[in-house]
Design a protein around this ligand. Sequence first.
Ligand code: LLP
Length: 436
Amino acid sequence: MAFESFGTMQVNEVGHLEIGGVDTLKLAQKYGTPLYVYDVALIKERARGFKKTFEELGVKAQVAYASKAFSAIAIYQLMHEEGLSLDVVSGGELYTAMQAGFPAERIHFHGNNKTRQELEMAVDYGIGCIVIDNFYEIEMLAEVLHEKNASVSVLIRVTPGIEAHTHDYILTGQDDSKFGFGLTNGQAEEAIRQVLAIDVFRLIGLHCHIGSQIFETTGFKLAAHRIMEQLVIWRNELGFHADVLNLGGGFGVRYTAEDQPLPPSQYVREIIADVRDVATSNRLDMPEIWIEPGRSLVGEAGTTLYTIGSRKEVPEIRSYVAVDGGMSDNIRPSLYEAKYNAVIADRPLEVAEETVSIAGKCCESGDMLIWDLPLPKSGAGEVLAVFCTGAYGYSMANNYNRIPRAAVVFVENGEDKLVVARETFENLVQLDLPLH
Ligand code: LLP
């Protein structure tokens, strides 16, 4: 596959892949592999791009980074510096954000099964908003708030009944979903009635998220349209006005040349145009728009460096080239059959001479990173750079086979900064307790 660069990526004067002005071979040498490398300038460009689009449209908005895509103190701090809000989905993400010094009032808390402890934690921190997902949560959160003599802003998550075109496992807006209150079956309306009747809630609006890695705008527009039309009905019937409409994330990125995402700003422009239309024609005040991009902020900014090790030839069938990571640092190919592109870091422009399949080192046949990748001839010890691993790579990393999790480094303007240290063997056993 041809080399197509992302962000500040380029081939430097010695012919090596360079990101953020730093030679990737030097990074591999300095920090070891596997190594996640993030192009900070590209993350900033994306963050600023989203904000600017709303400014140009004259729409009041919040851009919240969906931190499930990559959660670590440094990325929370970067997003804070860029003036973004934050979406968290667990006590762990919330805790990390607080450790990063992220202002609690700009954090939105999601999740289809938040525990009482997580809700208490969020209320104690003074969270900006809780996105209520189900009836059980309405009751439990009301109890928590009454006990604490506190109140909180909430959004109600609705499932608008949209089938977006993406992998089934990352679809979320369809009727048959574990998330949110159905718009078409009356559950959303019932939730609004219940929440409005409880004095410790400030119901500021609605939330929906239709799925992830979506390329077309149709699904987003349809969802926004349905909700806006429903808001007109609820205004008339319940006197309910949504100050905020949170349209979630899901904007696609380019893993390989087959993926043709729109520029992030175009998703926003098209969706807003639709929301505006419904608002204007029904004399509904335009709600403040919140979005929650994850992948489109950090996905293309991440590249994983691996060291090539063993090679296995299966005559007339396949050449397996194994690297020192795999489903432990990137589970997406095994889980979603996700496709990636890669190059040899010291000669990304060299013409491919063979087709190989990149295998991980885990004890599992499904631990394949890339099937049928055209590459120049490669050998043990060389560095392979896999592109677009910035979203749901580190955040879904695991210790299968007790492989320590890889380190994360940020690069910008010729400087590199370690932001997550490599896990050690000692780390791996630190929670284990002996039998005797
Ligand atoms: N908001 C909500 C409520 C979400 O559930 C998600 C993703 C997002 C925002 C961010 O979506 P994004 O902009 O990143 O597409 N592990 C899967 C993706 C799961 C996405 C879950 N929710 C993957 O690796 O493809």
